[in-house]
Design a protein around this ligand. Sequence first.
Ligand code: ZN
Length: 175
Amino acid sequence: MSIDVRAIRYCPRCTSANYTFLDDRRWRCATCDLVYYHNIAAACAVILTRGDQLLLTLRKSDPGAGLLDLPGGFVDPDESVEAAVIREVHEELGIVIDTPRYFASYQNRYYFREIEYRTLDLIFTASVPEGAAPVAADDVAEVVVVRPEDIDFEKIAFASIRQALQDFPGDKFRH
Ligand SMILES: [Zn+2]
């Protein structure tokens, strides 16, 4: 059961109930003329390579608890996406990576506590630094090391991440 954000009916400026949902991301207040945009959120993930293997994460929490994911998360306010990738990898795996390289972007829908957030997932690539020892932390239950050809795509939590892994060319896995 999810909350329908179109049901938000009170203007955040003047509290009028003449506050209506216009389309898939805008509300307008007929009393004070406020227009409010609920835009997509920026999120990031990183295809992390070590030799000819990839590091996936097993999700500890919903959405997608028990399913596979890539390290990543929402970009914080006032943060670059590159900084977000480095921060998320450090939070989830306890390692510090070099500057990640941009790969591609995919749209996604992320349900959290009854609200659906529409996101743009920016996918990067990076390699695990020599000698670094990733360990599961934060919302990661387990680090899963896998060869690209052995990924079970049915067990990937999100469509955006599944598509990124399917699009990532195998011959570029070796950095
Ligand atoms: Zn208003």
